[in-house]
Design a protein around this ligand. Sequence first.
Ligand code: ZN
Ligand code: ZN
Length: 273
Amino acid sequence: MERVWAAYYLYMKNDILATGLLFFLLHEFMYFGRCIPWFIIDRTPYFKKYKIQPNNYPSNKEQWECTKSVLKSHFFVEALPIWFFHPICERIGVSYDVPFPSWKTIAVQITVFFFLEDAWHYWFHRGIHYGVFYKIIHKQHHRYAAPFGLAAEYAHPIEVMLLGFGTVGIPIVWCYFTRNLHLFTICIWITLRLFQAIDAHSGYEFPISLHHFFPLWAGADHHDEHHHHFIGNYASSFRVWDYFLDTEAGQTAKQTREKASKTKAEKAAKKNN
Ligand SMILES: [Zn+2]
Ligand SMILES: [Zn+2]
């Protein structure tokens, strides 16, 4: 991998072009590549028992329109800033030489990015659910009450930039302070974050889904509830923020909240008496 990486930069002769092209292609291949299995699963009756909203399948027309819109966003919103990525990385000291950092360093940094991105996503996603912001920015993403993989990046350009900062900007800020980050780590991080976002929109919950083994992980059922109820479950990767700030979505969470506020009101009334 290190040899291919070094040969690629040598072959391209232009580092700005090499990084820009690498990230553009990485994004396209990983995004659409990860969507293909979900597209097939949607057309395989066997998997219906795992569909979270079994009576709500996306039509071919909806999927096609979504694909066109996502492609438009990739080419017209993301393709331009991607060319500034290499100069920014160079300026703040993101390394792109070989050898790569150790797997341990890569794993630790990516874990940190997952938690930081989750916090960023929680607050800004919650923010764009507020009145006028929802109407102007976030309504587009909520077009599909039963999400599907391709809908992960179906969003208004402002939302793409705002929430995208959590994925691309956080590693840059991290490197600004630590001066310790490799471009290869960013490639792996972006790939894993794309997989997380697409899987969260897949609309499927399996007995082997990650959150059954790692209860902090949000997964598809968490984000599906968000699309279904239009409210609550604002975080991206973990369940922590929504749990502690009492913003969980769904009927059960709503009933628990109502019960808690009723008990609180009763206690207050007793105290006053
Ligand atoms: Zn939302
Ligand atoms: Zn969504």
